[in-house]
Design a protein around this ligand. Structure first.
Ligand code: TXE
Length: 480
């Protein structure tokens, strides 16, 4: 059985306390590896290594730092197939998805920020003829990066790459539920010659390792993606320590389908936006609002398409829906389907545990569920389920749909389907979400600000926003 290790001070090491935890394969339910059950002492060692590595890394010319990061990007690309297989096994997602989305994006994250830093500039402000001010953007020190299980290497590198590119050193913690590709990344960094201590990866539980990173006095910036409750807990610790905080939290994203949309293009994408990665993407559109004249046509076509999504072994090429990430998460999602029934919902398809034949019989699979007849204020339509469950709601006009779409405590993303460009802009301006896609979904340009409003988070990632987060802006005023 494979045994994962921490990556501290440039080397792989066992946890100081000598304790381990199991890693499961969601598609079979079996334990297939062990990961360090690290303690605050491991975080201390990682923070010390990162602190010591900081001055040299921060002082290194940007071009040289970029070369290190580009070498890591190259290795991820070279090892794409192995990494994708590891990701699929660890998370349950279809291998095809890991190969085409997760791993290429991880390489792209490094490439994007490695080159972005070469084009970074800062502002100057002339105070009439009296003085000139210029802004220095300097790395903060040691950055803490904590990431979730749904897009493991993709989101882990989305934080680490800008932090390192900006000249910080990093103590990072992947989710204990999906630690495998982060572990592989440590070996890649060693092989690529990343200086010791620049990146440190500590595995273990959120309440132990994550909490120790958040509270560590030598880690002045925390970038977190995960559940809203966890985000609140992190903020409670970090705020009184005046740490910089970036929180990317949950979502309950609305999809708005107007009757004048391009139906075929819309249908393809709306199926994908609801059920991609088993619905385990914070951007998934799980509440689908359909303009009343189109409601029945949409519902029937949508349910047909969802019924056709093949649930099964993530390794099979034809699989559209792999396993959900854990037994606990499967029970949570099934619990929401039961709740939807109690709340008066009609389940049009799916929402059952599936036991595929063969090696996956004990895996954690759920058939994708489509539910109608639920009021927009009920719990099923207000709480983040984060699984293969979508609800359908009819609407009458823009005001009606905006009131329902904006009714949740979340505000991450929305998508709008209409051919009326004026309406598209008008509706986009009134949606309370950090991201709006018009006639598309998850079309990502890494330069754009990424993040949510309300309980979906604080701060923005992506492009300059990320580089700004991972630097301290200092103004120097020179009297002329
Ligand atoms: O996330 P957690 P979980 C949502 C989704 C899901 C729910 C819970 O609804 O069902 O959150 O998922 C670390 N201090 N999302 O429990 O716990 C943890 O080890 C510091 C939405 O898996 O938030 C992991 O590395 N860190 C989401 C990371 O935080 C702590 C993605 C995320 O785990 C910690 C994932 C603590 N006290 C879940 N406790 C999205 N929107 O992208 C845990 N962690």
């Amino acid at each position: 059985m494979e045994q994962l290790q921490n990556y501290i001070q440039g080397a792989l090491s066992d946890p100081l306390g000598g304790a381990w935890m199991p890693v499961h394969e969601p598609a079979t339910g079996a334990v297939y590896a062990r990961l360090p059950d690290s303690t605050p002492a491991d975080v201390d060692a990682a923070a010390k290594a990162a602190r010591e590595a900081f001055p040299a890394w921060a002082a290194m010319p940007a071009e040289e730092r970029a070369r290190h990061l580009l070498r890591i990007a190259d290795s991820i690309e070279e090892q794409r197939d192995d990494l994708a297989a590891a990701e699929s096994r660890d998370n349950g997602k279809p291998l095809q998805l890991a190969t085409s989305v997760d791993i290429p994006r991880a390489a792209k994250n490094f490439r994007f920020f490695a080159t972005a830093i070469l084009h970074a500039s800062s502002e100057a402000h002339a105070t009439d003829t009296e003085a000139i001010n210029y802004t220095l953007r300097q790395p903060i020190g040691v950055a803490g990066c904590i990431s979730p299980w749904n897009l493991p290497l993709y989101l882990f590198t989305w934080k680490i790459a800008p932090a390192l590119a900006a000249g910080n050193t990093v103590v990072a913690k992947p989710s204990e539920i999906t630690p495998m590709t982060a572990f592989r990344l440590s070996q890649i960094c060693i092989d690529a010659g990343l200086p010791p201590g620049v990146l440190n990866i500590v595995h273990g539980r959120g309440a132990e390792v994550g909490a120790a990173i958040t509270a560590h006095p030598d880690i002045p910036a925390i970038s977190f993606t995960g559940g809203t409750q966890t985000g609140a807990q992190i903020a409670r610790t970090a705020a009184p320590m005046f740490k910089k905080l970036s929180l990317e939290l949950g979502g309950k994203n609305p999809t708005l389908v107007f009757a004048d949309c391009d139906f075929d293009a819309m249908l393809d994408t709306v199926v994908r936006s609801a059920f991609s990665n088993q619905g385990e993407i914070c951007l998934c559109g799980s509440r689908i609002f359909i303009e009343r004249p189109l409601y029945e046509t949409f519902r029937d076509a949508f349910v047909d398409r969802v019924r056709a999504l093949r649930v099964g072994d993530p390794l099979d090429e034809g699989t559209a829906q792999g396993a959900v990430v854990s037994e606990e998460h499967m029970q949570k999602v099934l619990g929401y389907v039961a709740l939807a029934r109690e709340e008066g919902g009609r389940v049009l398809c799916g929402g059952e545990r599936v036991r595929p034949e063969g090696r996956c019989a004990d895996g954690w699979f759920i058939s994708p569920a489509v539910i109608e007849d639920l009021p927009f204020q009920c719990r099923t339509n207000q709480e983040e389920i984060f699984g293969p469950v979508a609800t359908l709601l009819p609407f009458d006009g823009e005001e009606d749909v905006l009131a329902m779409a904006n009714s949740t405590p979340y505000g991450l993303a929305a998508s709008v389907w209409t051919q009326d460009i004026t309406r598209a802009h008008r509706v986009a301006a009134h949606l309370q979400t950090g991201i709006v896609w018009i006639n598309c979904w998850m079309l990502r340009d890494l330069r754009t600000p990424f993040g949510g409003m309300k309980q979906s988070g604080v701060g923005r990632e992506g492009g300059w926003e990320a580089l700004r987060f991972f630097t301290e802006a200092r103004n120097i005023c020179v009297k002329l």
